[in-house]
Design a protein around this ligand. Structure first.
Ligand code: ATP
Ligand code: MG
Length: 247
């Protein structure tokens, strides 16, 4: 059975979808077969990031409504073999229920080493559906007070849904040392981690090249700074003892 991880944050725009796509590619580089499930009904984005949006015919709502088998709504990323995506519905009315997501993911987990579920912002039905089937969660925070508040809220919701704190990890994304110092909201990254209340699994630097690549349908890889960070996080997700290295 594959490991199922929800990527979430509470606050919008922290980089959940970018991390889902980038981390998915990094897990594939380690030899895993990976499925990305986009749970952001009405605002899907992973298909764009993987450059497959022109090919989409079916989405997760079609699978749930019995319009097609799951395999017909799962699309391979052309440039990264073994990376697949199940897109979110285009229509926000097709929001998925948590119990249905649980059933579907249970079936799909047999065929992949990792399933990463991209959660929408907030703590509404979309978040609950994304979190319902997950064994573990990665919280995406930026090193800013508002972002950390969202993280804390989500962490409490996850715990309320019986997720053990030890299965909740933190990624500090878009980290820029100079901006961090200038913001002057926290003395250091330890204070950020304390505020988030979850164990750190990695710091992803602000990387404009990676952001541009991902928004133009290219995978974050090669010598991009963010790709290096994703590789280290992917290794930790696979249980490897990699030093927490602040890139
Ligand atoms: N490490 C990074 N460095 C630079 N830019 C980044 C990084 N991660 C994400 N971004 C940029 O931040 C913006 C928001 O990213 P993304 O869409 O992944 O966030 P999100 O949390 O999924 O948003 P939403 O809550 O709307 O779903 C995008 O422009 C993206 O390219
Ligand atoms: Mg998103």
């Amino acid at each position: 059975m594959g490991k199922v991880t929800v990527i979430t944050s509470g606050k919008g725009g922290t980089g959940k979808s970018t991390v889902t796509a980038g981390l998915g590619a990094a897990l594939v580089r380690r030899g895993n077969r990976v499925l990305l499930i986009d749970c952001d009904a009405g605002m899907r984005g992973i298909d764009l990031m993987l450059g497959v949006s022109d090919e989409l015919v079916f989405d997760i709502a079609d699978v749930i409504n019995g319009n097609c088998p799951p395999a017909s709504a799962i699309y391979p990323c052309k440039t990264v073999p073994e990376l697949y995506i199940l897109p979110a519905p285009q229509n926000v009315r097709d929001e998925i229920s948590p119990s249905v997501m649980r059933q579907l993911t249970k079936v799909l987990a047999k065929y992949y080493d990792h399933i990463l579920i991209d959660s929408p912002a907030g703590v509404g039905t979309g978040f609950r559906a994304a979190a319902a089937p997950a064994d573990r969660a990665i919280l995406i925070a930026n090193a800013e007070p508002l972002s950390l508040r969202g993280c804390d809220k989500v962490r409490h919701k996850l715990k309320h849904n019986k997720m053990n704190n030890s299965n909740i990890r933190l990624i500090i994304n878009k980290f820029n040392e100079r901006k961090f110092r200038k913001l002057n909201a926290f003395p250091d990254l330890d204070a950020v981690i304390d505020e988030a209340g979850a164990r750190l699994i990695g710091v992803v630097p602000e990387d404009i090249t990676a952001s541009a690549a991902s928004q133009n349908g290219r995978v974050i890889e090669g010598n991009m700074k963010a790709a290096y960070a994703f590789d280290r996080i992917a290794a930790r997700m696979d249980g490897k003892n990699v030093h927490l290295f602040l890139e």
